[in-house]
Design a binder for this molecule. Structure first.
Ligand SMILES: C[S@@+](CC[C@H](N)C(=O)[O-])C[C@H]1O[C@@H](n2cnc3c(N)ncnc32)[C@H](O)[C@@H]1O
Length: 249
């Protein structure tokens, strides 16, 4: 996958993209990440990319022309336009989710636009098919952190990036539930013991136990995620028993 980032702060990306899983994906040639300075697409010698908003008010707006020029140039480099997604980071977009990350992980080319100041000129979306993505209901200074969030979530789902894809399958949101609790050595610390089941060596039983714990946790922390119709009868029964137990405690 080719990922292009358009930003006015390219230096913000050094470090993060050279570590951990993203670095591994680059080394394995499963992801290539390029950072473009929007100022290089400005039409003047001062490299201007922002201007005051029409109608007045504070702040600046990223101008249409440099963004349009940059997108034209980047889109041209990918032959198969159908597999390119142009993402505009904005608090006004669709809320980013694991489902969206999966969808994007199947693309061949992502172009991510990092907004700044008051955002980008509204007319950009009339010139290019933008997918507007928000990473949550709060406002950050720029789209650099949101773009890193998107890249991290997407790259780990590209086939071959994770050494053990099963690990992603048991993470929160792979299905509509949270992940189960995790423990590692020592088996006992200061009187706190790891659940016996995890030491039993019975993989089938451990799998069932984890599923049960994950469901329990989802019911407690994020009941909005649960799709009761998709639960097995046995699972619905566990959940009901669990609810009864909690009520009586
Ligand atoms: C200060 S914000 C602009 C906010 C905009 N005026 C508004 O009211 O929606 C500047 C830039 O940061 C990025 N940004 C801020 N918060 C974000 C969020 N929650 N999700 C995605 N991008 C965000 C966007 O690229 C945005 O253009």
């Amino acid at each position: 996958m080719l990922i292009d980032i358009l930003t006015i702060f390219p230096a913000m990306f050094s470090g993060f993209l050279d570590e951990s899983l993203v670095q591994r994906a680059k080394e394995k040639n499963l992801a290539q990440i390029r950072i473009f300075n929007l100022r290089d697409y400005s039409g003047d010698k001062h490299k201007t990319v922002d201007d005051a908003p029409f109608g007045g008010g504070g702040g600046m707006v990223l101008m249409l022309e440099p963004l349009h020029r940059a997108l034209e140039s980047l889109a041209k480099q990918e032959e198969e336009k159908s597999s390119t997604s142009i993402i505009l980071t904005t608090p006004q977009g669709e809320r980013f989710s694991q489902k969206k990350a999966f969808e994007l992980s199947l693309k061949g080319h992502l172009i991510i636009i990092c907004g700044h100041y008051k955002g980008v000129d509204e007319r950009l979306k009339m010139l290019h098919p933008l997918e507007e993505i928000s990473i949550g209901d709060y406002v950050l200074t720029g789209g650099e952190i949101p773009s890193l969030v998107i890249i991290d979530a997407v790259v780990r789902l590209i086939p071959g990036v994770l050494g053990d894809f099963e690990s992603a399958q048991t993470d929160s949101f792979f299905e509509d539930i949270l992940g189960p609790p995790q423990y590692t050595r020592p088996a006992e610390f200061d009187g706190l013991k790891v659940p016996d089941m995890l030491l039993s060596g019975d993989h089938e039983k451990i799998k069932k136990w984890r599923r049960k714990e994950a469901l329990k946790r989802t019911l407690q922390n994020r009941p909005d995620l649960l799709n009761w119709n998709e639960l097995a009868e046995e699972e619905k029964k566990w959940m009901e028993e669990n609810e009864e137990k909690e009520k009586s405690e």
